[in-house]
Design a protein around this ligand. Structure first.
Ligand code: FES
Length: 97
């Protein structure tokens, strides 16, 4: 195993888990997770913050009933029921400190 320091200060993992239609458990893909991830990535890129903040795609984060869901680090904080309107606030909070 090799280790090296990640070249970004903060990260957010946005769930884009997709489940088959009719599955009894909801999924973030059907609640807009993919579009949220893409839009947040574009915001980061447009602000030239690529080296500061990374937006990752995630599989299920275990809070499916509250999707779309994300978790951010280093805060170790879940974000539940994210909407497009929340993205500016998420960006601002990710850039604090
Ligand atoms: S499908 Fe997104 S948290 Fe489970």
């Amino acid at each position: 195993m090799r280790k090296f320091r990640a070249p970004f200060r903060k990260a957010i993992f946005i769930c884009t888990q997709k489940r088959p239609d009719g599955h009894p458990v909801p999924c973030c893909a059907n609640r807009g997770g993919m579009a949220l991830r893409q839009e947040l990535r574009e915001m980061v890129k447009n602000e030239e913050l690529d080296m500061e903040l990374k937006v990752f795609t995630s599989g299920c984060l275990g809070a499916c009933e509250h999707g779309p869901v994300a978790v951010r680090y280093p805060e170790k904080e879940y974000l539940l029921g994210i909407t497009k309107d929340d993205l500016p606030e998420i960006m601002d909070e990710l850039l604090e400190d």
